[in-house]
Design a protein around this ligand. Structure first.
Ligand SMILES: [Zn+2]
Ligand SMILES: [Zn+2]
Ligand SMILES: [Zn+2]
Length: 397
């Protein structure tokens, strides 16, 4: 018996490529079968190689078996829709899709490069939980997280004029942020917000537990849980039959456990540790909402998954959430200020063309993009990825 030999990554990848080249049917094998085949061919050298390592090397070299989509089990198959509700869309865009197949936003007329396709305000805005203390002290806007220049308001430039809370140290960077923050008074002071909008409901919460919940989110540096909690309290504030609630319910959902299972091996805490943190957050949020809402653990996990897959920079947008990803996007997001943006045509867009954004940095190479997109739940098969995959393979050969 020959002594075991541990081949280097490059050697393994090179051999897999040569196998794929000499026998295209290799692509149909799963990783275990491929490993058996490699060991058989390298019998004389007695290669020492595990399935786990083979998978990792193949991923690093962007070598995908046909079965890989299944073996990687991206969580996209777990994504579901609670309803078919579509928020009001402006002219020039329409939504195509079903509960089952998912959705996509399409152009219904021609747009020239540089045209604004739509502008959008967020449904929910969450500050980075890291700054919750600073926000409580009034140095950042309670609604959008923009730094607040404290001083005598009458002496400040118009754009720096902020609004102070008359009951605590919190500030809002502008009148518009004050107006948009519908939940501050009830969450922090237990009083109704000063609004004349009679359609808004009273939000009855345990302020004590809400504060513990904020501290929990801050301590664990867990933005998704805080964003989700704000989605939920704002939904309760608007009432379940409101357009707001329907739009939130119309977003894509995924159970956080299912999502985590598929990204776990990419490096994070162990599952049990994570579950402990999730449960701690659940207990606090459930207690905080108890006076007006009975939150189930499943709804909580689905909501966190939803916050995770729908947010851009901790903001939830109803229309933007329906735009699919492409590594060669045809729209570009241009922020007007801290909360609103406009979607601009990156090139000429024909009627009936699907609108695409990018969830990753388009400057990244194929491997970097695929890794980031894996966290979004899928393996990208766009034209650019296919083209670059083939180019990579050619370089490796
Ligand atoms: Zn603000
Ligand atoms: Zn206050
Ligand atoms: Zn792609």
């Amino acid at each position: 018996m020959v002594a075991e030999y541990t081949p280097g990554d490059r050697e393994v990848a090179g051999f897999v490529i040569s196998l794929l080249k000499s026998d295209p049917s290799v692509e149909n094998l799963n990783h275990q079968q491929l490993l058996d085949r490699i060991k058989e061919e390298k019998k004389e050298e007695n290669w020492s190689l595990s399935v786990k390592r083979l998978k990792k090397i193949m991923k690093d070299y962007n070598l995908f078996l046909k079965s890989a989509a299944k073996e990687f089990s991206p969580y996209s198959k777990h994504i579901f829709y609670k309803s078919d509700y579509v928020p009001t869309l402006g002219p020039g865009i329409r939504l195509v899709g079903t509960k089952k197949r998912g959705r996509g936003l399409y152009a219904s007329k021609k747009f020239n490069k540089g045209d604004v396709i739509w502008t959008e305000e967020p449904l929910v805005v969450a500050p980075d939980v890291e700054y919750l203390d600073i926000i409580r002290n009034g140095d950042m806007c309670r609604y959008c997280g923009k730094p607040v220049l404290k001083g005598v308001t009458s002496l400040l430039r118009k754009e720096d004029q902020y609004v102070q809370c008359n009951k605590c140290a919190a500030n809002w960077c502008s009148k518009s942020c004050r107006r948009s923050d519908l939940v501050h008074d009830e969450l922090v002071h237990g009083t109704r917000e000063p609004t004349k909008d009679k359609s808004l409901k009273h939000l009855n919460v345990s302020r004590f537990h809400w504060e513990l919940f904020e501290q929990f989110a801050n301590r664990n540096n867990w933005n998704a849980v805080y964003l989700y909690a704000l989605m939920l309290v704002n939904k309760l504030k608007h009432g379940k039959d409101s357009e707001f609630a329907k739009t939130i319910d119309g977003l894509a959902y995924v159970n956080q456990e299912k999502r985590q299972e598929s990204v776990l091996d990419l490096g994070s805490l162990g599952f049990e540790q994570l579950e402990q943190v999730w449960k701690e957050g659940y207990a606090l949020l459930k207690e905080a909402l108890k006076p007006s809402y009975n939150l189930s653990y499943e709804e909580y996990l689905n909501g966190i998954g939803c916050a995770n897959i729908n947010n851009i920079q901790l903001r939830i947008y109803g229309i933007y959430a329906m735009v699919n990803h492409n590594c060669d996007p045809n729209i570009e997001i241009v922020h007007n200020n801290w909360t609103t943006f406009k979607a601009v045509a990156k090139r000429d867009i024909e009627p009936n063309e699907e609108l695409y954004t990018t969830y990753v940095n388009p400057e990244d190479n194929l491997k970097e993009r695929q890794t980031s997109l894996y966290y979004w739940g899928f393996i990208c098969r766009c034209e650019r990825c296919k083209r670059e995959g083939v180019e990579n393979l050619k370089i490796s050969l």
